[in-house]
Design a protein around this ligand. Structure first.
Ligand code: BGC
Length: 267
């Protein structure tokens, strides 16, 4: 089965579309439902079930989540309701939809999609996909293989929490022009360069639509920087790729129950 429903849970909207996972193309128009106020699990679950019903597609469903996902559990909630922490969200969605649901972190999904079908296509080295929106999401990919749940938006740059200081929300909150925001992002990218020496940074999230505003201002030492290509479809496509089981090793880490339930991260 190659056409799979992908659903992307975002801060303002929950979007779904069927994806041909061999080509990365959507086979029907996206359907979007506003994210319920507070994004509590029970409310989000109902919207996911509505989207599944809307498309009426048989087979597994891929769903993104804006936090850590390990063995079907959601383990952090920086920008959603705290009730997600420690929740067996895989079972929650599977029970609500009657479909086999596969969960993946939103930036990891975007990263998988960009690496395979977008701006990272054909790249053999280390690729870091960063999504700038309400938070900063990250996906680390080497030779096409994803290392899930890197959470590099939560790095500290001296006394600055990266996502609080350099996300797109921070740009709006602090009323920064694009050059000022790019300066913060450059500091962040240069720190990541020191840690990972990526061959390529792919800049995704809402800002990828406005690359002409920031691209010329971003400065790195060695790595190339390009805007993401799949724009706001990347999460949907990556979620569907995950559900299609295109990477069995990844499925083992994200989906399969551990001998004991995963522990909540501290902090
Ligand atoms: C979360 C990440 C997520 C990113 C983008 C961060 O606050 O911790 O898991 O990928 O926001 O949504």
């Amino acid at each position: 089965m190659s056409v799979i429903l992908g659903i992307d849970i975002g801060g303002s909207g929950i979007k779904g579309a069927p994806v041909d996972t061999r080509t990365g193309r959507l086979t029907a128009e996206r359907h979007r439902i506003p994210t319920p106020e507070g994004a509590a699990p029970g409310d989000v679950k109902r919207v996911v079930a509505q989207l599944v019903e809307h498309f009426g597609l048989p087979g597994p469903v891929g769903v993104t989540f804006p936090g850590i996902v390990q063995r079907g559990h959601t383990l952090s909630a920086a920008n959603v309701h705290p009730d997600w922490i420690g929740l067996d969200a895989d079972s929650l969605f599977t029970d609500a939809t009657g479909h086999d649901v596969h969960l993946i972190n939103d930036a990891d999904a975007a990263g998988l999609a960009e690496a395979r079908f977008g701006a990272g296509q054909g790249e053999t080295g280390t690729v870091l996909v960063l999504t700038f929106g309400t938070g900063i999401g990250s996906a680390l990919i080497y030779g096409g293989t994803l290392v899930p749940n890197t959470e590099l938006g939560h790095l500290w740059l001296r006394d600055k929490h990266a996502e609080t200081w350099a996300s797109d929300r921070a740009r709006e909150r602090d009323d920064l022009n694009w050059k000022q925001w790019s300066k913060r992002v450059s500091t962040y990218l240069q720190h990541l360069e020191l840690l990972f020496s990526p061959d390529l940074f792919i800049i995704g999230g809402g800002v990828s639509k406005k690359a002409e505003k920031w691209q010329e201002h971003l400065q790195t030492e060695r790595s190339r920087v390009v805007p993401a290509k799949l724009l706001n479809e990347a999460g949907i496509i990556g979620a569907a790729m995950m559900a299609a089981g295109s990477d069995p090793a990844l499925a083992a880490v994200l989906d399969e129950p551990a001998a004991s339930a995963p522990r909540k991260p501290r902090g």
